[in-house]
Design a protein around this ligand. Structure first.
Ligand code: GSH
Length: 207
């Protein structure tokens, strides 16, 4: 097993959290390098593209969260070996990522500008991607997104839904997911109760 070090912000969400969760669930040893938002400018200087997450594999920095997710998913046994199931898994991750890319610019906005930009998403692309995810989940039995079992795609959606519900995102109503895609909320709650996921958050004293 290579030496792994994952660098990402110290909060239970965002692009780095699915990989942290997957490694915890799979019992994969890794250095969990977390840093605060004020520390980010220093980290940014060393990061390829000035962005995180960065996974160091035997000291080599690797970027792009979904590439990292697929890799650690394979190590942790949370990525399908069947090519079609892997495709379904990737599709779900890319949809969540696209939604994240649309939300990204709003983090550097404030006041009315941020409010207008976020409400545009809340009333536009967000219900579309949440609705699609719900449809996809239900089309595959309602419990998991692919392979009839927990995969990295479930973890990516789980982290996304938790973030939307958290109240951390100003102007995004905390009941948005419940209103437009209740099956995703039920999925999130089920994943949260998975013993390894519950143990992971209990370790941090987080809900
Ligand atoms: N395409 C990259 C995007 C990474 C990204 O934008 N990360 C955010 C944090 S979640 C970041 O580092 N933003 C700081 C910046 O772009 O200056 C990926 O998939 O990992």
């Amino acid at each position: 097993m290579p030496q792994l070090k994952l660098s990402y912000f110290d909060f239970h969400g965002g692009r780095g959290e699915p990989a942290r969760l997957a490694m915890a669930i799979g019992g994969i040893a890794f250095e969990d390098h977390r840093f605060s938002f004020p520390e980010f400018p220093e980290i940014k200087k060393a990061a390829p593209f000035g962005q995180v997450p960065v996974l160091h594999v035997d000291g080599v920095p690797v970027t792009q969260c979904d590439s990292i997710n697929r890799y650690v998913g394979k190590l942790a046994g949370l990525y399908p070996t069947d090519p079609y199931q892997a495709l379904l898994c990737d599709e779900v991750m890319y949809v969540v990522e696209e939604a994240g890319v649309k939300l990204g610019p709003t983090f550097s906005m404030t006041g009315e500008e941020q409010k207008a930009a976020r409400l545009k998403l809340v009333n536009g692309s967000m219900p579309v991607y949440l609705g699609w995810l719900q449809k996809q989940l239900l089309a595959h039995g309602g419990e998991y997104f692919a392979d009839n079992r927990l995969t990295i795609a479930d973890l990516k959606v789980f982290v996304d839904v938790r973030g939307l519900n958290s109240g951390r995102l100003d102007h995004v109503p905390t009941d948005l997911v419940e209103k437009v895609a209740p099956a995703l909320n039920a999925h999130m709650q089920r994943i949260a109760k998975t013993p390894a996921v519950a143990a992971y958050y209990a370790k941090f004293g987080a809900k």
